[in-house]
Design a protein around this ligand. Structure first.
Ligand code: NI
Length: 178
């Protein structure tokens, strides 16, 4: 399929609320998901949401293996297609962690997220997906699902001294992952 252009922060489509998917197992949905995978892999992303390629549908994909150069030593996240997702917090632990986003290239920020969540949604064939996740896995899911509500991670940063260019922050990020 195709590597698509990733919209960057400031583009109005990234600020919109996306619509539920109502039909599964369609060529249109399969093509969208293939484009998302092609684009995520080309950019070494941990995940990507449909609005990032200009499609306002509640579709995200994510997945990280330990080889991903953008996220070393963060643990793996199962490769997943998640449609019409619903996140429910489990407990009330909040954890700070460094995030990047393909729509905010070259930058990183320290973002508080719920440490443990339950999430549910559907794959491209309408099969129910239901999981508990914590730590980096939970963070990735929350980050991607935020895109569906028009929220980018810089809007979640509480201390703006912890936001900047990856090259400048690299030592700080490395320390926090050790
Ligand atoms: Ni993102």
């Amino acid at each position: 399929m195709a590597i698509r252009k990733v919209l960057r922060m400031g583009h109005p489509l990234l600020q919109e609320v996306s619509a539920d998917v109502t039909q599964f197992s369609t060529p249109e949905l399969d093509n969208l998901i293939q484009d998302l995978f092609d684009t995520m892999e080309a950019e070494d992303g941990a995940g990507i949401a449909a609005p990032q390629i200009g499609v306002l549908k509640r579709v995200v994909i994510f997945g990280v293996d330990n080889e991903n150069p953008r996220y070393p030593n963060r643990g793996s996240v199962p490769t997943t297609v998640l449609i019409n997702p619903v996140i429910t917090p489990v407990g009330n632990d909040i954890e700070n962690g460094w995030e990047g986003c393909l729509s905010v290239p070259g930058m990183r920020g320290l973002v508080p997220r719920i440490n443990k969540i339950h999430y549910r949604g559907y794959d491209q064939n309408g099969n129910l997906i239901e999981r508990e996740a914590e730590s980096f896995h939970a963070r990735v899911v929350q980050h991607e699902c935020d895109h569906l509500d028009g929220i980018l991670y810089p809007q979640r940063i509480e201390d703006m001294t912890q936001f900047g260019f990856l090259e400048e922050l690299a030592d700080r990020i490395k320390k926090s992952c050790e």
